[in-house]
Design a protein around this ligand. Sequence first.
Ligand code: F6P
Length: 528
Amino acid sequence: MTSEVIHKIKSLSRSFRPDLREFFAQDVNRGQRLSVSACGLLFDYSKHWVTDPVVASLTDALREAGWDAAVKRLTSGEAVNVTENRAALHMALRAQPEDHTRVSADAITQAAAERARCVAFAEAVRSGARVGASGRAFTDVVNIGIGGSDLGPLMVAEALSPWVDGPKAHFISNLDGAHAADVMKQLSPETTLVLVASKSFGTQETLHNASKLKVWIADALGEAAVAHHFAALSSRPDRALDFGIPEASVFDFADWVGGRFSVWSSIGLVLMIALGPPVFERLLAGAREMDHHFLEAPLAENIPVLMGLLGVWYRCGFGCQSHAILPYAQRLAYFPAYLQQLEMESNGKRVSLDGSPVTTPTAPVIWGAVGTNGQHAFHQLLHQGTVIVPADFIVTANPVDTDLATHRMLNDHALAQAEVLAFGQTEAESVAVYGESASHLASHRACPGNRPSSLWLLPELNPEALGALMAAYEHKVFVQSVCWGINAFDQWGVELGKSMAAQLASGDESVGSSSTQAARQWLKKHQN
Ligand code: F6P
């Protein structure tokens, strides 16, 4: 079933001729008018291929597609994850008791209780009340997890690194032995706390790495030390206990916490330890404020709704295959990767909620890198390539702990990139700039412009602004899943690869194609 939004997009886009130069010429206030402020952030969508009638049509279509009922199902705790019969109540993880009219009260209570246990543990580690087997305080905390049990905490720890005042956070995710080895080189067993982060407590990479560090701790400090140096964050506390982690160090979270939506839950323990619970609470507060905006703002002034509709507009109206995330903040280096899982694992789907094949393109490829580095890597394609790649620029007004003059230079680049993507430079303008003698280069130099982008403006990269930004993208994903009529909260596509890897690990030489079998022989022959 293709929602009304897709039908509307297909009919509107057929005759729509986007022209950003013309749009801005027609309305000198477009930049201000097509911007929305919320949670102290500003979202400028003026450099997108939209007009007021287009925005009105798309928001009307979303409403006609049953938007209000869809939001109600999400917030009330219905099993919106229809294939796993689970709710998706990540908003409850950052809600306060007074939010019970918006989000399931039971979920809010459960989340608060789980968080309280984590906070107490984090405070004990930070204060030295909880120490290692040899009585020394923990100076380092290692989060072993992958996917949503890694990407959120990793990204937040880097983004908020100026606020780290506790044990240093390290992250091991990859099965590649180099990952654990390189991290362990930096650590001493006596002063290292290991967090095994795994919702299922069944992910091979995580359990393999956790077992390695378990041996590392036991070899250095004795078997009994494991109980002092390990904690687990999981929806399967039974499995964590079987691994040898004592109950008091196992931090549960509900099965309605999706992996890619879990940083706000016990999975955020590494952040509570490294940053301190108050800073973690500020992150939650920022996300909560965006939740309120998402649940209350009129659709045409609702940032996540606009983000979601714009993405579907390009994907289904103009066949755009990818979307670039361009944070002009070095400490948001992991933000594109975090959004890759959030968006591509949520909406990279080929069947509708009822299991029938979709009749529309779904999630685009999400990619990106920090500016200004991207300008020296892939912006050439963004400006003069033959594909249109809508982009999100993320800019902060103030540096956190560096000089403002440099920060202003950084922001000039961000705004310049968005400006020239939108308005380009014609061949004639190029000749006017570089002179007739260079006219033979005019076609090479010309930039077509008319390339759309969003501009996020944050006051600074602080906990509240980051929380609000993250929540906005979570809600964007939900908006798009409603437009596409798909389940944003399961991920069956990753199971087949896991079972194939298990078959190959069985040693059965007949497994796989001739290519795989030949590769296995080659690797075996070349292994030392
Ligand atoms: O990639 C599949 C996936 O299940 C993700 O959804 C999840 O975040 C990741 O693997 C890790 O899962 P777990 O937290 O259960 O170890």
